[in-house]
Design a protein around this ligand. Structure first.
Ligand code: PLP
Length: 402
């Protein structure tokens, strides 16, 4: 097929803003004249001759050899997300947990020490609490809001620091710049899960973090349809992680890679609306008589609001709120919402809501919940794209039904 792309582009990629990058950040990839790239729905790719086959089989991250190794559709998404995060490259996985576990398992071995946070996404916490210790990795879980405590936990054997900010359940932040600056000179790698913020609101690599991971199931995909993960880092680290990735096999399907590409095109637009909606709703909820407390990094009442304004440019979809009353009151509130859908996940087009304590009632004891700061009346909102007035009305009716 004829390549009809212009030979020169006005302005350099380095000058483009996020709104342009999501649309054109993949323009150097592929060879098609179609405006929308094709899906390479193929598990395997043809070699032209024997020498070509040798090259395909021996080149790391080859995009047309075998889809577990790489796929041209995925390369497009990876190019855009890497541009947004400011890293050399990105690697796609079949889920956010695929990105996180593949990264950890490729960079750690028995005897190494890992520092992680006391509060992480639940499956990530299980990786650090259960799976990595079983493989002989020593793990210290440190209160993430206290960078001094993290510094005091560093050891000669510390190889990796895993961070996630903002984090469940009360949107606690981690000071990315400070932790990167203590890790870099000691040769310790840092990883940040940037899912809650999205690359539109927070760019951990610019603050010195080595590897940025995402559950692309959330804001990057943005439509509550696909599952995917992304690992953003240098070419050298990506090659190292990829070598483990092809063993663990958390592979994204070409169809989901293509849907993710379509979702990413509107990321900056969606996040702008989500940021506006969530900030306005959080401020409104804080004034509502049936609300005891609101946790949102964009509010001046957030204990780390200063840090939030230093390391974030917008505050994302997730709001936690404690309603007046206990478990039953929170249950009634959630059940009385009609626009907000009772479902897990975040960062997509629809507003979702979960009663946090109910989510964990089957798997955690009450004392474990207390340790994790999960109070019975806590509710988590993931704000979507609805009109703010309609959202306020929905929440007002449900709060008054408590
Ligand atoms: C959802 C999520 C994950 C896990 O991602 P999946 O795509 O569900 O595997 C990891 N970290 C955070 C912060 C998440 O919200």
């Amino acid at each position: 097929m004829k390549d009809t792309r212009p030979a020169t582009v006005h302005g350099s990629r380095a000058e483009w803003r996020d709104e342009t990058l999501v649309l054109h950040g993949d323009s150097a990839q592929g060879d098609s004249s179609s405006v929308v790239p094709p899906i390479y729905y193929s598990a395997t790719f043809r070699a032209t001759d024997a020498a070509d086959f040798v090259e395909m089989a021996s080149t790391p991250r080859h995009s047309t050899y075998y889809t577990r190794y790489g796929n041209p559709t995925h390369d497009r998404v990876a190019a855009i997300v890497a541009e947004l995060e400011g890293t050399e490259t990105a690697l796609l996985t079949g889920s956010g947990m695929g990105a996180i576990s593949t990264t950890a398992l490729s960079l750690l071995k028995a005897g190494d020490h890992l520092i992680a946070q006391t509060r992480h996404y639940m499956a990530t916490a299980k990786l650090f609490d259960e799976l990595l210790p079983r493989l002989g990795v020593e793990v210290s879980l440190v209160e993430q809001s206290d960078a001094d405590l993290i510094e005091a936990s560093l050891r000669a054997e510390t190889k990796l620091i895993m961070l996630e900010t903002p984090a469940n359940p009360t949107l606690v932040l981690t000071d990315l710049r400070r932790i990167a600056s203590m890790a870099r000179p000691r040769g310790i790698l840092t990883v940040a899960d940037n899912t809650f913020a999205s690359p539109i609101n927070q760019k951990p690599h610019a603050l010195g973090i080595d590897i940025v991971v995402h559950s692309a199931t959330k804001a990057l995909g943005g439509h509550h349809d696909l599952m995917a993960g992304v690992i953003c880092c240098s070419n050298a680290l990506a090659e190292r992680i990829w070598a483990t990735h092809i063993i663990l096999g958390s592979v994204l399907s070409p169809m989901d890679g293509w849907l993710l590409l379509r979702g990413v095109r509107t990321l900056s637009l969606r996040m702008a609306r989500i940021n506006d909606n969530a900030l306005e709703l959080a401020a409104w909820l804080e004034r509502h008589p049936m609300v005891e407390r609101v946790y949102y990094p964009g509010l001046s009442s957030h204990p780390q609001h200063d840090l939030a304004t230093r390391q974030m440019t917008g505050f994302g979809p997730v709001i936690a709120l404690a309603v007046r009353g206990g478990f039953e009151a929170a249950s009634r509130f959630v059940a009385s919402l009609s626009l907000a859908i009772q479902a897990v996940s975040l960062g997509g087009v629809h507003t979702l809501v979960v009663h946090t304590a109910a989510m964990w009632a089957g798997t955690m004891t009450e004392s474990q919940m207390r340790d994790a700061n999960i109070v019975p009346n806590l509710v988590r909102l993931a704000v979507g794209l609805e009109h703010i007035d309609d959202l306020k009305r929905d929440f007002d009716v449900a709060l008054n039904a408590i």
